[in-house]
Design a protein around this ligand. Structure first.
Ligand SMILES: *Cc1c(COP(=O)(O)O)cnc(C)c1O
Length: 400
C-alpha cells in the first residue's frame, strides 16, 4: 500500500479557502456576527485583540511554549499496521488523544486564556456538552489563576457526573442550563447571556469553530497546530507526500478545521464525518443560530431541532460556518454514520491497535471502515481527537 500523492500546493484550493474571513466575518455566504447590541462591542474588542496577538511573535512563542511544556505537543503521528492490514487501507492517526486533558480542546483553550489575560480579563465563562471543553477551560483557569464559570445542560450534568466533579475539583463553578432540552445548545445560550452581563471583566471561551465572528476564525487558528504538525509529520513519513484522504469527526467542527488547514492547499480529499442524528451539513438548511449563519437542523418554522447522537460531544444541531462554506464549494465532503457503526469502530480500534478512542473520533473511523472498498490501497490520515476514558462506562452497557 503506497498510494500517496505528491503535495500539489494550490491544486485543490484555487479559491484560497481557509484564509481570513471577510471584514464582516464571512466565509462565502456563511458566518457573520448576529448578536444582541450589547455583544457587538465585546465581539469587536475580541477581534482587535486576537488580530494583534496573532501577529505578535511573543504571543505565539508563549502559546507554543505552553502547548509543548504543558499540553505535551507535538502529538505523535501513529502508523496503524494491524488496522491497515485488516482494512486494506493505510491508516495514520494524529494522536490528539495524547494531549493533556485528553483531547484537542486544550489547544484552543490555552490560546483563548492567554488572549483573555492579554486583554486584562480575570475570569472565563464557557459552555460544555459532554464536559470535555468545560474540563479544559477549568484546567486553563486553574493554571492562569482565573475564575471560571461553566454552563452545562442539566441533562448532560446528570449524564456526565464525573466531568462535573472534575471541573469543581479544578476550581470552576458549574451552572446548570435548565432551558430547552438541557443540552449543549442550551448551555451556549446561557453562557452567551452570562457574557452579556460580565463582558467587561470576563472572556467567553467558546469551545468550537462556531458562534459570532471572530470565534469561528480564531478557534480554527488556535487549532491549526494540528494540521501544521500533521503536514510536517506526513511529509516525513510519506517521503514528502501527503495522504490521499484526511478525515475527522464534525460536531461544531474544530478538530476537523484544525487538521484541514494543513492540507486544504494539497490534493488530499477532505472528509468530515457527522452523526446521522446530528448531520447539520448533510441534512440541514442555512439558518442562524448562536450568532452565525450556517447549515442547521431546523423545522419548517426555523425552530432549531434537537440533535441526537451516541456521543454527547457531537450532539449539536449546527456546524461551524466555515464547514458550510467548504461543503458549498465542494472542497470538503461530509458523510454520515450511524450509532451502530460508531460502536463497531470503537471496538475495532481497541482490538487492533490497543487504542481506546473517544466516541467522537470513532465516527471518522466508522466511515473509513464502511468506505474501505473505495479506499483500497490509499493512505488515510485520521484525526484521533480524543481518548475514550469518558466513554468506557457507556460502552460497557452496550458491549460488556
Ligand atoms: C468536543 C469534541 C469533539 C467535537 O468538537 P469539534 O469542535 O467538532 O471538534 C470531537 N472529539 C472530541 C474528542 C471532543 O472532545
Amino acid at each position: 500500500m503506497t498510494g500517496t500523492s505528491p503535495a500539489a500546493a494550490g491544486a485543490r484550493d484555487p479559491a484560497g479557502l481557509m484564509g481570513e474571513p471577510s471584514a464582516s466575518g464571512r466565509f462565502g455566504e456563511f458566518g457573520g456576527a448576529y448578536v444582541p447590541e450589547t455583544l457587538v462591542g465585546p465581539c469587536q474588542e475580541l477581534d482587535r485583540a486576537f488580530r494583534s496577538a496573532w501577529s505578535d511573535q511573543a504571543f505565539r512563542d508563549e502559546l507554543g511554549g505552553l502547548l509543548a511544556d504543558y499540553a505535551g505537543r507535538p502529538s505523535p503521528l501513529s502508523e496503524c499496521l494491524n488496522l491497515s492490514h485488516e482494512l486494506g487501507v493505510r491508516v495514520l492517526l494524529k494522536r490528539e488523544d495524547l494531549n493533556h486533558t485528553g483531547s484537542h480542546k486544550i489547544n484552543n483553550v490555552l490560546g483563548q486564556s492567554l488572549l483573555a489575560r492579554r486583554m486584562g480579563k480575570n475570569s472565563l465563562v464557557a459552555e460544555t456538552g459532554a464536559g470535555q471543553h468545560g474540563v479544559a477551560t477549568a484546567t486553563a483557569a486553574a493554571l492562569f489563576g482565573m475564575d471560571c464559570v461553566v454552563y452545562m445542560g442539566a441533562v448532560d450534568m446528570a449524564r456526565q457526573e464525573l466531568n462535573v466533579f472534575r471541573m469543581r475539583l479544578l476550581g470552576a463553578e458549574v451552572r446548570a442550563a435548565e432551558t430547552g432540552s438541557g443540552t449543549l445548545k442550551d448551555a451556549v445560550n446561557e453562557a452567551m447571556r452570562h457574557w452579556v452581563a460580565v463582558s467587561e471583566s470576563s472572556h467567553y471561551c467558546l469551545g468550537s469553530v462556531m458562534g459570532p465572528h471572530p470565534y469561528p476564525w480564531m478557534v480554527r487558528e488556535f487549532q491549526r497546530v494540528i494540521g501544521d504538525e500533521a503536514r510536517r509529520q506526513c511529509a516525513e513519513m510519506l517521503d514528502g507526500g501527503v495522504p490521499d484522504v484526511v478525515v475527522a469527526s464534525v460536531g461544531g467542527g474544530s478538530n476537523a478545521a484544525g487538521i484541514f488547514t494543513g492540507f486544504v492547499d494539497t490534493s488530499a480529499e477532505l472528509v468530515g464525518v457527522e452523526p446521522a442524528g446530528g448531520a447539520a451539513v448533510g441534512r440541514g438548511t442555512p439558518g442562524i443560530v448562536h450568532g452565525s449563519r450556517s447549515y442547521l437542523l431546523q423545522d419548517e418554522w426555523g425552530q432549531v431541532q434537537e440533535a441526537e447522537s451516541i456521543s454527547a460531544g457531537l450532539d449539536y444541531p449546527g456546524v461551524g460556518p466555515e464547514h458550510s462554506h467548504l461543503a458549498a464549494t465542494g472542497r470538503a465532503v461530509y458523510k454520515q454514520v450511524s450509532d451502530d457503526e460508531v460502536v463497531e469502530a470503537f471496538a475495532l480500534l481497541a482490538r487492533t491497535e490497543g487504542i481506546i478512542c473517544a466516541l467522537e473520533c470513532a465516527h471518522a473511523l466508522a466511515w473509513v471502515s464502511r468506505a474501505r472498498s473505495e479506499l483500497q490501497g490509499l493512505t488515510v490520515l485520521l484525526n484521533l481527537s480524543g481518548r475514550g476514558d469518558k466513554d468506557v462506562a457507556q460502552m460497557m452497557g452496550l458491549l460488556g
